[in-house]
Design a protein. Structure first.
Length: 282
């Protein structure tokens, strides 16, 4: 009689990260909870955690829902994420906007002087490039402490002539304490259904609002609206005032100007209505 392999699924409640493990595999294979929830609903692009409707995800353990993630805007497109377990992650780390201490993880979405550095420092244990030098797409699936980090490659303009470079940018996604946190990086085109499927659910999203250096404001509004994240954090502002970006959203979004560069968020405290929060320093 044929016997099928049995997969054991171990869920780390404190991190919101699941693993699949077989007897023949020494290292567990990380599984995205953000993708799993979105893909479980055919025809649905997003499920908001705060929803009480039939498509709400399974309730998280209280210990997970109460855990908070601190997100601090350091400048340009660099944020510092601090997990409940003490892991620190700096996005778009270029060396210009440094956290008080070297982060444990640094992500760099594209090879541009304001988004990466060739000398990040030996203190940073994991340096993740959003592009690949061998012509292939970057592919990251990394568990660091209580954080699971992955990327979704996107194309990017090679110059101002309009030609696109395949897989030159990455959207980095951080799954921490049951939250799905996404950094769109230097996004140059509207996402398609394949991209949205790879991203899955995003509870928090960091969005460039430069008005055209990445892509036009109207296109970015369509992406943000489609993602339906609970918390939207503008970044990468040059040119138009942020009020111009905020004014493009309808009554389905709340807006607030934070009195700090840091916001702490958990599954329990996610806003029920999508909230655009402008952190101090933008």
């Amino acid at each position: 009689m044929l016997r099928s392999a049995v997969l054991a699924c171990v869920v780390l409640a404190s991190a919101g990260v699941a693993f699949l493990q077989t007897p023949a595999r020494a290292q567990p294979l990380a599984v995205s909870q953000c993708q799993a929830i979105a893909r479980a609903l055919p025809g649905a692009g997003f499920v908001q955690l705060a929803s009480a409707g039939p498509f709400a995800p399974q309730p998280q353990p209280v210990a997970t829902r109460d855990q908070t993630v601190a997100i601090t805007f350091l400048g340009h497109s660099t944020f510092l994420l601090e997990t409940p377990g003490g892991v620190t992650i700096a996005t778009d780390y270029s060396g210009f906007h440094r956290p008080p201490q070297p982060p444990r993880v640094a992500t760099m979405n594209k090879a541009h002087s304001t988004h990466y550095t060739l000398t990040p420092g030996p203190e940073i244990a994991h340096v993740l490039h959003g592009w690949s030098d061998d012509g292939n797409a970057a592919d990251h699936d990394l568990v660091v402490g209580d954080a699971y980090i992955r990327n979704v490659p996107t194309d990017i303009r090679a110059g101002y002539g309009g030609a696109m470079e395949p897989n030159g940018n990455s959207i980095f996604i951080f799954e921490i304490a049951g939250l799905c946190i996404g950094h769109l990086g230097h996004l140059h085109h509207e996402l398609d259904e394949t991209d949205y499927a790879e991203i899955g659910r995003l509870d928090v999203v960091m969005v460039p609002v430069d008005g055209g250096l990445t892509m036009g404001a109207e296109s970015m509004v369509r992406v943000v609206t489609r993602l339906r994240s609970a918390l939207i954090l503008p970044m990468h502002r040059r040119g138009p005032p942020v009020e111009s970006f905020l004014g493009l959203f309808g009554p389905g979004f709340d807006r607030t100007m934070a009195d700090s560069a840091t916001v702490t968020v958990s599954l329990r405290t996610l806003p029920r209505k999508p909230l655009i929060m402008v952190l101090q320093g933008l």
